[in-house]
Every structure is written in C-alpha cells, then in structure tokens.
Design a protein around this ligand. Structure first.
Ligand code: FEO
Ligand code: CA
Ligand code: CA
Ligand code: CA
Length: 629
C-alpha cells in the first residue's frame, strides 16, 4: 500500500455529507481495484515554498525565492522586421499593421508548449485564443472596421518561436529563427481524416472539402510523443454571424447545437467582411472549425491538419499518453456547460524510431465519451470507430447517425447525448499525470446546474472542481474507470456549500489559499498538479486575480504559487524538461474594462505603450534548483 492511498483506505463512508464522500477510498474501493501506480518514494517530499494568497495587485506575484522574466509579448516580431506599433494601431489600423501582425506574436496567448528540437534548440508553441477589441482599439464600440477585423483575424491562431536561455534563469525569444512561424485565422490548413470531402465539409471556396483558411479560438493543446502539437479550436462559433432562417433544417439544427450563429460575431466582425463567416452565404464553413489541429513545429513548411477523427466540439485541450501496447490515447474536454469528456484510442501504434510514421496516426481509431456512475465507477461509451476512411457508428446510435456516419464526428455532441454520457460542469483540461498514472479533469464552473449528480455534486457550482480518474489496471486503453474528487474549489470556511473549499473531502483552515475556476494543468516530475485558473475575478467567485496553484496529491498539500494581474487569466502552465523553468501565459490583462479609458492595468508596461499586452513569462528559482523543490 502506498501513502497516496493509505489513509483514504481507512476512511469510513460519511453518508451524512454527500459532498465529502466522492473519494474512492471512502467508497470502499481498494487500491487493487483502482490500480493507479504511484511510486511511494515521491510521497515523502513536500512543497517547500511559502504559499501566497489571492490578491488584486497590478503585478505578477510569486513566493519568496523566485524570479520572473518576460519571454514574448503580443506584437513582438517573429521575423527580423519591426514589432507591431501598438500605439499606432490603438489609434488607427491600416493594412500595414495587418501585414505585420501576420509575422508578429499573436494576441491572448493560451497554451504554452516547450519542445526540444535537434541540435539543442528549444521551441515554444503558443496558442492565441481570441482578441479583445475594446482594449486593442481606442473608442471601439460594437463592431470593428475592416482593418480592425482583419488585424484580429491575424492575431488569432498559433505561434512557433525559438527560445534561448538568458542570464541566470531567464529566457528570450530568437528573432528571425528559421523555426519561427505564425498560423493565423487565414493560413491554409488541411482537412485530414475520415471527414475529408464529406458534403458538410465542402464550401464554395473549397468544393472538395480538403482545405480551410485558418484555425480559430485555439485555447489549450497538447504535445504528442512524436513532437507535434495538437492545438484545439474551442469557441469557434463566436466568429459566425448572419441569420439561420434560410438554412436547411439539418444544418440549422446542427449549428444550433454548437451555438452558431453567435451574438459575439459582431465584436470580431469577420462575417461583416468575409462571406465565409456569414452563414447565410456559406452555411458549411462553421463545420470546418471545432477540431483538433495537428501542427508540426519542426517543419515550418508543413500545413497544419484538422484531425477530424477526434470529433468536433468546443475543444479545450488534447493530451496524449502512450498505452503499454503502443497505441496512443488522446483525452479531451468539451468546454461548455453540461458537455462531455472524450477520449480517442488510435488503431495503430506509436513508432518511436521513425517520427514520420506517426503523422496520420490520429486519423484512425475509436472515439469514446465518458459516463460517470454514482458508485464512483464509470465507463467509456463508444461513439464510432474509424478504419481507413470508413466511419462505423456504435449500433446503439439512432438511425440518423447510421445513415450518415460522418455525423458521429461532426455532431459528436449529439452522439454523446444519444448514448447517455454524463453532462459535466464545463470540462476544461483533461490530462494524464505520468506519476500518479491517473487523469486529472478541470471542471471550471457551472452556475446553471440545478440538479447535481455525484461527479458534479454541487448545484449552482460557481467555484468549480477537480476530478481524478483512474483507468482500470492503470491502462489508458481501458473502457472502465474509477473516479474521485480531490478538490471542490472555493474559500476555506465559507458557509455556503457551493462556496466552501474541500480538499479530499475535508474542510481546511484559512492558511490554505482560496481557489476557483480551475482551467489548465501541468505536472512536475514528482507528479504534483499545477493548476492555472480562469475566473477568480468573477463577481460570484473570489473577486481576486487569477493564479497558479499546486496540489501535492500524496501529502494533500495545497498552495498558491503565482498571482496574475487584474483582468488576466493564467494559461499554458508548462515546465522545461529539467523542471528548472516554469512558463505560463498572462492572457487578456485588463479584460473587463469597457474601454482603454478605464483600464485596471497596462501590464507588462514599458515602451510607452498605452495598452496592456498578453505575454508569456518564465519563472525560476533564484537558487537554480527545480521549481517544485
Ligand atoms: Fe478557453 Fe476553456 O478555456
Ligand atoms: Ca482563455
Ligand atoms: Ca482554457
Ligand atoms: Ca477557461
């Protein structure tokens, strides 16, 4: 027996308090039933830094003994040209700024992936989720002009950028590196996998259903074992406008399930100037977004590919693990209220000797969705298998999916509805912890929940929670799992049950920091769970800046490591391979201000810039040791 499970195995079922019993030990599940693999030696070390607490300061706060530095900011040039002229575009955007944005770091950095390239070179792959026109452009009201819309489109997507160590612990990006690359909302991307050429994937500009301009709303992502990045299209519906009145019944219903058209389309304005974003003129373009997109950072000339076998929803992230038999499993969340958790198991096996053999591995396999049972067990329900270009639906799915199997992927949500999957409280990150060999799920919040179940145990769940899944036998290809809730987010000592922080079912004292809205995870080499938040500032939550927290799942310690600046969320927690640097993205600093006249911050300041800039930072220990020590 390891210490990780030692005391929960002794716990007794406390039926009086439903919220405190979602622990696999409390349910009488023995370690042999859960079979997560945990090295006992890890359990003896604790987090040595002194916790910080949520604050509203206009600076990035760290514990004593750590340093921080800027790596790259919105508008920094990736080529050898000039940076974006932030003050000029704030007053007036022209074609000059739009062209520069195509070669400069994008806005609202989200996922941050660290990769090691040949010859000792190091890369960051960074997502650019969305834009804040009310902060970027002075006097912005409801809709952008043509150039403001185009600049926003080019500020979306992905950046690949080479970085180098600098001084004692910091990093700088390399201007003009041959690896540097932008993929934006207009870059040609391929449609890969079984939906290539499907009638709903064809448009007037692409009648063969093979090529899409751009990837949008790239939120989180994941790195594959073969060194590519799976960037995820999340709130893609936001860009599509126009009236649904003239659409066919099927297309209208499918779009409705995914939130198309969106009342957010005006703020981006794409549909005002590009007909493909207007559903009246191009009903199918929206079907070509909402996918996982594979990017090869080592080959700047290789087009990104939308991997349609992985299903279509508001993809938060896609994280991979290699199973003992060599197949690859991808875990994914659909970040919307009452949506689902999915996984995909490849048909083929990972080839560690030949990198190229893995390009296309994600085009064949089986897509599943999770059902959580009240007994702390659960199962993966098969949606469809993909063999070659053939899609074979689960026979239990309704006739409409049998008649057009492509709908299993285009309308993964509808298939999951039909199978009775469990509707979750906004699944954000879903990640395999290589040390605990369990899956960590961030359920950010769902204030609209009126009926609870055991996996989503709070009605009006304003604070969110963290759920842990253990696949049967510790094998990611298993179709059954156990689960528990290590963290119900909130404030220590809060009296309302939907606001109280519970750590492994236990109330904590006020020395433990409050947390809400968990979003993304990173794991250090000891298996500690680093949690970045997106929502602490909310009026129903902490009304403090977002931050990064660390949960030691062996000792059940919980501390706060970093606090961001007003209006920002913290994204992309990531470590270097040696764990001596921690990277994160400070996304949308100043968000919440109606205009730049009332900005709460202009962070990271400098350059006489009048607006704040989304920025990736590096954090390191002053003594040069691993960050987790
Ligand atoms: Fe873009 Fe789900 O956070
Ligand atoms: Ca975000
Ligand atoms: Ca997110
Ligand atoms: Ca979020």
């Amino acid at each position: 027996m390891t210490e990780y499970f030692g005391d929960i195995l002794q716990a007794t079922l406390r039926r009086r308090d439903f919220l405190k019993t979602a622990l696999w030990g409390a349910a009488g599940l023995a370690l042999s039933q859960v079979e997560a693999g945990v090295a006992a030696s890890f359990s003896s070390s604790s987090l040595s830094f002194a916790t910080i607490y949520p604050n509203k300061d206009d600076k990035v706060t760290l514990p004593a003994g750590f340093n921080q530095g800027i790596v790259i900011r919105w508008g920094d040039a990736l080529d050898n040209g000039p940076n974006l002229d932030w003050n000029r575009l704030h007053e007036s955007v022209t074609a000059v700024e739009v062209e520069r944005q195509k070669r400069c770091f994008g806005y609202n950095c989200d996922f941050v992936g660290y990769l090691e390239a040949p010859q000792g070179r190091r890369l960051l792959v960074v997502n650019h989720e969305y834009t804040n026109p009310e902060i970027m452009f002075r006097g912005f009201e409801k809709r952008p002009n043509q150039w403001q819309a185009a600049l926003q489109r080019e500020a979306h997507g992905v950046s690949v950028v080479e970085i180098q160590p600098q001084g004692r612990g910091g990093w700088r990006y390399v201007k003009g590196s041959s690896y540097n690359r932008r993929i934006t909302g207009s870059t040609p991307c391929e449609i890969g996998g079984p939906l290539q050429g499907h009638p709903l994937m064809c448009t007037q500009y692409d009648p063969r259903g093979r090529l899409v301009y751009g990837t949008l709303n790239n939120c989180a992502a994941g790195k594959t074992p073969w060194g590519t990045v799976l960037t995820c299209e999340e709130n893609f519906h936001s860009y599509f406008g126009g009236s649904e009145a003239q659409l066919s019944g099927q297309v209208r219903e499918l779009h409705k399930r995914y939130g198309v058209p969106s009342d957010r389309a005006d703020r981006y304005g794409f549909y005002l100037y590009e007909s493909r974003f207007n559903i009246e003129k191009e009903p199918n373009e929206a079907f070509r977004f909402g996918w996982v997109v594979e990017v090869d950072p080592l080959n700047p000339n290789r087009p990104a590919v939308k991997r349609t076998a992985l299903g279509r929803f508001r993809h938060e992230a896609a994280t991979t693990v290699v199973a003992p038999d060599g197949r690859v499993v991808v875990y994914m969340g659909d970040d919307a209220r009452f949506e689902y958790i999915y996984k995909f198991i490849t048909k083929g096996k990972y080839n560690p000797r030949q990198r190229e053999a893995n390009w296309g591995l994600l085009d064949e396999g089986t897509l599943y969705v999770a059902r959580f049972n009240e007994n702390l067990g659960g199962e993966w329900l098969q949606i469809a298998s993909i063999k070659g270009t053939q899609i074979i639906p689960n026979p239990a799915l309704p006739d409409v999916f049998q008649a057009d199997p492509g709908l299993c992927l285009i309308n993964s949500r509808g298939a999951a509805d039909a199978l009775g999957a469990t509707k979750m409280d906004r699944p954000e990150d879903v990640e395999w912890n290589p040390v605990t060999k369990t899956i960590w799920v961030a359920l950010t919040y769902n204030e609209r929940r009126t009926t609870s179940d055991r996996a989503n145990p709070r009605t009006e769940n304003v604070m969110g929670h963290v759920l842990e899944m253990a696949e049967a036998g510790g094998n990611p290809t298993a179709l059954r799992f156990q689960w528990q809730i290590p963290l119900l987010c909130g404030e220590p000592g809060a009296t309302a049950s939907n606001r109280q922080l519970l750590l492994y079912g236990q109330a904590v004292d006020k020395t433990v920091p409050a947390i809400s809205a968990p979003d993304n995870f990173a794991f250090d080499m000891r298996g500690n769970v680093w949690i970045a938040t997106d929502g602490n500032p909310g009026s129903s939550r902490l009304q403090k800046n977002d931050g990064v927290y660390v949960l030691n799942p062996f000792r059940r310690e919980f501390k706060m490591f970093l606090s961001g600046v007003p209006g920002s969320e913290i994204c992309g927690p990531e470590f270097t391979t040696d764990n001596r640097t921690f990277f994160c993205a400070i996304q949308h600093p100043g968000e919440g201000a109606k205009s730049t006249a009332e900005l709460p911050t202009r962070w990271p300041y400098g350059d006489n810039v009048v607006i704040p800039r989304p920025t990736v930072i590096a954090v390191w220990r002053q003594d040069g040791r691993q960050v987790y020590v």
